[in-house]
Structure formats: structure tokens, C-alpha cells
Design a protein around this ligand. Structure first.
Ligand code: FES
Ligand SMILES: [Fe+2]
Length: 373
């Protein structure tokens, strides 16, 4: 059975998964942070040990959002009638009375801090193992000079996922930014290998005529004659984690490497880390980080900012397209005409998401969870 690629059906979310809720630096010790993940409003704050905690953003007294409350020494006070909650969601004080009923509590969600991100587990808390956070997503980034950002999209996470699983769109949507007017990324195909919870994409783009703007001037001049080979590889993992390495090499490196992963020292290398978090059925939050090697930013201090600005320009091109796509899908109840060659990664990931949803439904007996089919 072909997986559905229409985001119009009641949106299925994988619950038993770690989701990126925010950059860790966004959560201070003294202010609560409101986030929504898979349709569930949460309040994040830091307990007295500085550890991030997540509670349902709804006071158990009269449903006021706790995110409108105030942090007090690692606890959160609802600023409607003043109930105080600890990081486990237990109510520890009620103004005007001594007794606090044990039933007074708010659902808490497991939280982990890793790789500069706060991760929240949205499913069965007994299955929340931090080891299940994709290791590639939390690798040591000290060798890279990264910049971080986030973007809110009025588009289903599935549309964002599709976008990330098929980079052929770079030739057209990003012709003026990432693509640099080179259509070869759409004329050729990457190697795509399934992973346990995702896929690996690897490719060379050889003999690029365009001088990469990230290169030092002298390298750019030589490359004018020799051309450049670009090596790209990324893992895309459920629920929406992308870890990409890009390298620029002298022309001919791809051939000398038998079109496999290069061993040669690159002229330029960068790391990109991204996470797509479903907010609601029709909205997503897209977290991203990009940076060159520290050795490159030491030589060219403006390079990380320059690269990051270019990245954001490209992402705004994606945003415009994805939001327009979402509007069309809502306006007309249409599905696509079928797959083209470049949809391979898209269908692979959609099938994987469908399979995980089906497994989750079977495991939990949540017969009301609709799986698009
Ligand atoms: S609604 Fe929170 S204290 Fe009343
Ligand atoms: Fe894009």
C-alpha cells in the first residue's frame, strides 16, 4: 500500500518520540516558556537544580495557562488564584488553606537536554529513554562555529519533511540562493539508504562552475579553472531531525573517491542541524543551526554569520512555498498525481511514519488514532 502524502486527513502524530521543544538557551531560570508540540500546549521552566521540566499548560484548578504564571525558586505559580506547582506537576501550595489534595496535579512530560536542544517525550512516560534521542543530533559540535535560529511555519510538518527529503527543489525554489543557478541537483539522483528510523542521503555534485562564496579568494581563483566538487550527506530521522555535512573539494575529488565519501581534506566544510516539530495539524516550528569549521571562522571571522544569513534567505523561500502549498491543500481536497523519481525519499519517510503510527496504534490500542492510508 502506498503511503498517503496528503496532509488533509486528521493529522496523525507519533507520540512515543522525543521532540525538540526549544533551544536550551531559550529557557531561562526565571521565565516560563510556552510551546505546543503535537497539538499539546506545554509550559517549560527550570526546577531548583536548573533542569528543564515540562507540564501541560493548564492549571488543574480552573484551567488557566501556567505559562502566564511566574517562576518561583524552581516552581511555577499560577497567576490566576496563586496555586504553586513543582517540576513533577504536583501542587505544593494553595493560598488560604493548609491542605493540598493529592489529586491536585498537572501532567508532567519527560524532558531531556542534549545537543543544545530541549527534548520532550510526548508519549507513554515509561518508554521515555534519553538514549532514544538520535545520537547524530546531539553529537559534539565544538569543532564547528554554529549559529542557531527557528522559524514558525503555517504548514504541516509532513510538508516540511517532504521538502527536506527531496533536495531537487533547490534547483528551482532556491535558484537565487542555495542553488546558485545550477540545475544539476535536479538532473541527477542521490544515493538514498534506509535507516532504522529514517534515511541517509549521499551525493556528489561535480564540476560546479560557480565559485562558492565561502572559499578564500585565492582558492576561488584556482577553482575558476579546476572547478569544484560538492559532497553532501545527511541523515533525516523521525520525527524530523536532519543532520547534514557539506564539503567543497577541488574538481576531480569525486572521481578519485569513486564517488564515495571523500577522504581528502576539504576546502570548506560545514555542519547543519535541523529539527521539525509539529505544533498543530497545520503548523510547525523549524529549528536550525549552521556553521563552518572553527578553523575557517578563525581565518574568516564573518563567515558563520554570512552563511547563516544565506541560510535564512533560503528558508524564507521554503516558507513561502510550503505555506502556499498548505493553503492549496486546505482549499482543494486534492492528492497528488503519483510519484516522480525525485519523490523516492519523500515516500520512504512517509511510509516510515505510517509504519511507526501503525505500530504505536497497535501497541497502545488507541483505535481512535487515524492512520492515513
Ligand atoms: S486557575 Fe490556576 S490557580 Fe486558579
Ligand atoms: Fe528548501
Amino acid at each position: 500500500m502506498q503511503p498517503s502524502i496528503s496532509p488533509l486527513s486528521p493529522e496523525p502524530f507519533i507520540r512515543n518520540s522525543w521532540y525538540v521543544a526549544s533551544w536550551a538557551h531559550e529557557l531561562s531560570a526565571d521565565s516560563p516558556l510556552a510551546v505546543t508540540i503535537v497539538g499539546e500546549p506545554l509550559v517549560l521552566f527550570r526546577d531548583d537544580m536548573g533542569s528543564a521540566v515540562a507540564l501541560r499548560d493548564c492549571c488543574c484548578h480552573r484551567n488557566a495557562p501556567l505559562s502566564l504564571g511566574r517562576c518561583e525558586a524552581g516552581q511555577i505559580r499560577c497567576l490566576y488564584h496563586g496555586l504553586l506547582f513543582d517540576g513533577s506537576g504536583r501542587c505544593v501550595a494553595i493560598p488560604g488553606q493548609q491542605h493540598v489534595p493529592s489529586t491536585y496535579r498537572v501532567r508532567a512530560f519527560p524532558v531531556a537536554e542534549a545537543g543544545g536542544w530541549l527534548w520532550v517525550w510526548m508519549g507513554d512516560p515509561r518508554r521515555a529513554d534519553p538514549q532514544c534521542i538520535p545520537q547524530a543530533a546531539v553529537c559534539d559540535t565544538s569543532a564547528w562555529d554554529m549559529r542557531t535560529g527557528a522559524l514558525d511555519l503555517h504548514a504541516s510538518y509532513l510538508l516540511v519533511s517532504d521538502n527536506l527529503c527531496d533536495h531537487s527543489h533547490v534547483a528551482f525554489l532556491h535558484a537565487a540562493t542555495f542553488g546558485g543557478g545550477d540545475s544539476r541537483i535536479a538532473d541527477t539522483y542521490p544515493k538514498i539508504s534506509p535507516l532504522e528510523r529514517g534515511m541517509r542521503v549521499e551525493r556528489w555534485l561535480t564540476g560546479r562552475a560557480k565559485i562558492e562564496q565561502w572559499l578564500p579568494d585565492e582558492a576561488g581563483e584556482i577553482a575558476n579553472n579546476k572547478g569544484l566538487d560538492l559532497w553532501l550527506t545527511y541523515d533525516y530521522l523521525v520525527p524530523g531531525i536532519l543532520i547534514m555535512h557539506s564539503e567543497i573539494h577541488w574538481g576531480g575529488t569525486a572521481q578519485r573517491s569513486d564517488f564515495l565519501a571523500p577522504q581528502a581534506e576539504p576546502l570548506h566544510a560545514d555542519l547543519a542541524r535541523q529539527a521539525v516539530t509539529p505544533v498543530t495539524e497545520k503548523t510547525s516550528r523549524y529549528f536550525f543551526a549552521l556553521g563552518p569549521r572553527r578553523s575557517e571562522s578563525l581565518a574568516t571571522p564573518g563567515l558563520p554569520d554570512q552563511m547563516f544569513e544565506a541560510l535564512q534567505r533560503g528558508f524564507h523561500e521554503d516558507q513561502r512555498m510550503l505555506e502556499a502549498q498548505q493553503r492549496n491543500l486546505e482549499r482543494w481536497s486534492i492528492d497528488c498525481s503519483g510519484a516522480i523519481q525525485h519523490d523516492r525519499g519523500v515516500y520512504l519517510m512517509r511510509a516510515m511514519i505510517d509504519r511507526l503510527l501503525a505500530q504505536e496504534r497497535t501497541a497502545t490500542g488507541q483505535s481512535d488514532l487515524h492512520v492515513a492510508s
